[in-house]
Ligand binder design. Sequence first.
Ligand code: ATP
Ligand code: MG
Length: 141
Amino acid sequence: MERTLSIIKPDGVEKNIIGEICKRFEAGGLRIVASRMMHLPAERVGEFYAVHRERPFYADLVGYMSSGPVLVQVLEGENAIARNREIMGATDPADADPGTIRADFAASIDANVVHGSDGPETAAQEIGFFFGDNGVCPRTR
Ligand code: ATP
Ligand code: MG
């Protein structure tokens, strides 16, 4: 059993496709164990994406992710990290497989609807960043 951090980005929230996206997570074998809507200030987004600080798109990424509310969630399941990335599709929607969230809903590489952790270490760090030590609710049923 593995956990991963998912974010429905401002464009996904604006498009009002939260239910559609969550349905795909659930149909893909993932369970939601934490969920919170928040409008992140730029400083907080900057911290979250600190690994990309030197990249040319960093300022745009921070501006975009702080432009509106996002839904931050923890998903749990077998191979949850890879599974979530399969369901999301490639970063650039032009490269995303048909039937993935990004192929179906993303407008561009900047506005690509969802975020998912990219490995076990980043998943643990990102889950802690938003939900601390006890913000995740075990699915006892
Ligand atoms: P995410 O981390 O959001 O799940 P990812 O892991 O597929 O996406 P990263 O390489 O971590 O991709 O990039 C983080 C985000 O930065 C991307 O989701 C995208 O919005 C933006 N981004 C990445 N590469 C580019 C680029 N070349 N031009 C513009 N934006 C980019
Ligand atoms: Mg990433």
